[in-house]
Design a protein around this ligand. Structure first.
Ligand code: GLU
Length: 464
């Protein structure tokens, strides 16, 4: 009988959803979908000191923003303590685990001995059979780990990884204060949730033999494990806050599109031939563990920008207007309904890298008064030749409304510089500053066309 496919993402709400965590979630999601299975969300919230409700909210929102929908959950570990206790006592009854009453002094002595002998402090397995247990003494519950042989982790990405039994101690399942340990809660959850594939960060690989030991003690066949290599910074260290933006929300606020993020993150350590562009829906069909690389991948902002520019270009203008309004409050709706405005926004779209580029590229159009960049005033406006500007202004005045188009206006710019014998920047730069307040922005003809005749002339006259 084949087991049904069930994958889970199990974030701890101790921080924002990092791009590395988002990639792990997406790999789980795409694999679940491509295998026709379920995707479960589990919140590993046992670290009550570091958990914050806002982190949890942010993780869920980021997942939704990226397009993931969970079929079950979220389940909370803190709500399952009774269940963990129940399973621990089942293991005790079945002789797979034991109450350990060793004192802190005994533990210290054992550690010191191991250190003196230059080996790992393996917990003293003779404790399994101790008889000196006063009933009122606190105890921990330890698993009876195998004494010999090896634990083979047949990892879906890393291949076969072997752990000699002698390196794995009788580790703790339940602490004396009545709280379950991390490895134990994960296994009880994975068993109860009938998880078939565990896809998670590489840092959990060394937990896997322990989790497999508990699985076996519970009489459960371990899931298929796959450990995803780290996301690295350009300096090849683990990507972290000190390298800049790492939280998914931050990228969202910086004007990255969800489609660009998911495509980029899916390709970060996974490939299918040399194809770069994958829609979310295609990833849900074609994703597989076979395409996952075995070494760390560098988070490449330039490549992410390339994806974002690609997806921005592919969006209908109306969608861009919606995104920009939602993100920055700037409403290009009216502008997008005029021919000149559409032309301008489309020109910006051709070279935009982030959604914010529309705000910096076109908000000068929405404001009544020009907001001047003081540096541009100093270096461009002050030394500008007023006679050249006046000649250009006269040509604009004379331009019939019917000719007020980017192409014709660009021709007037050319005619003016030819007539006055000046170079393009001597006219272009001050006109640009007068109309937009700064030196950025699209082609001058487009700026004039989208502003319209009356506003263009008023702006040019304002600093005559
Ligand atoms: N809560 C763990 C983490 O955030 C995930 C553990 C797992 O996937 O097994 O790293």
């Amino acid at each position: 009988m084949s087991q049904s496919v069930r994958l889970r993402f199990a974030p701890s709400p101790t921080g924002f959803l990092h791009v590395g965590g988002a990639r792990t979630a997406l790999f789980n999601y795409f694999l679940a979908r491509s295998l026709g299975g379920q995707f479960i969300l589990r919140i590993e919230d046992t670290d009550t000191e570091r958990n914050k409700p806002e982190f949890e909210r942010e993780i869920l929102e980021s997942m939704q923003w990226l397009g993931m929908k969970w079929d079950e959950g979220p389940f909370y570990q803190t709500k399952r303590f009774d269940r963990y206790r129940e399973v621990a006592f089942q293991l005790l009854e079945r002789g797979e685990a034991y109450k350990c009453f060793c004192t802190p002094a005994e533990l210290d002595a054992m550690r010191a001995k191991a250190e003196a002998e230059g080996r790992k402090p393996m917990y003293d397995r003779t404790w399994r059979d101790r008889a000196d247990h006063p009933a009122d003494k606190p105890f921990v519950i330890r698993i009876k780990a195998p004494l010999e042989g090896e634990i083979l982790v047949d990892d879906g990405i890393k291949g076969a990884v072997r752990y000699p039994a002698t390196e794995i101690d009788d580790f703790i399942l339940f602490r004396s204060n009545g709280t379950p340990t991390y490895n134990f809660t994960v296994v009880v959850d994975d068993v109860d949730m009938k998880v078939s594939h565990v896809v998670r960060a590489e840092e959990h690989l060394n937990n896997t033999p322990k989790q497999m030991i508990i699985m076996k003690a519970l009489g459960w066949t371990p899931p298929k494990y796959a450990h995803v290599p780290l996301v690295l910074a350009p300096d090849k260290t683990k990507l972290s806050k000190r390298h800049g933006a790492v939280a998914v929300t931050q990228f969202r606020q910086e004007g990255y599109l969800a489609d660009a993020m998911t495509n980029y993150l899916a390709r970060l350590g996974w490939a299918k031939g040399d194809q770069e562009i994958f829609s979310f829906e295609e990833l849900c069909r074609v994703f597989s563990l076979e395409g996952c690389g075995t070494s760390g991948s560098v988070f490449d902002k330039v490549k992410l920008d390339w994806y974002n520019a690609h997806y921005i270009k592919a969006l209908p203008l109306e969608k861009i207007v919606e995104h920009v309004k939602a993100l920055y409050g700037t409403d290009f709706g009216a502008l997008a309904s005029t021919a000149g405005g559409r032309k301008l926004l489309s020109a910006l779209q051709e070279r935009a890298v982030r959604l914010g580029d529309f705000v910096s590229g076109a908000s000068w159009l929405l404001k009544e008064a020009v907001e001047f960049d003081p540096a541009a005033v100093e270096t461009v406006l002050k030394p500008a030749k007023t006679d050249v500007l006046a000649a250009f202004g006269a040509k604009l005045e004379a331009c019939p409304d019917a000719d007020w188009s980017a192409e014709k206006l660009a021709a007037l710019v050319k005619a003016t510089i030819a007539e006055k014998g000046v170079k393009m920047p001597e006219l272009g730069k001050p006109v640009r500053v007068l109309l937009t307040g700064g030196l950025a922005g699209p082609d001058l003809g487009l700026i004039l066309e989208s502003l319209g005749k009356a506003r263009s002339l008023a702006r040019l006259a304002a600093r005559g």
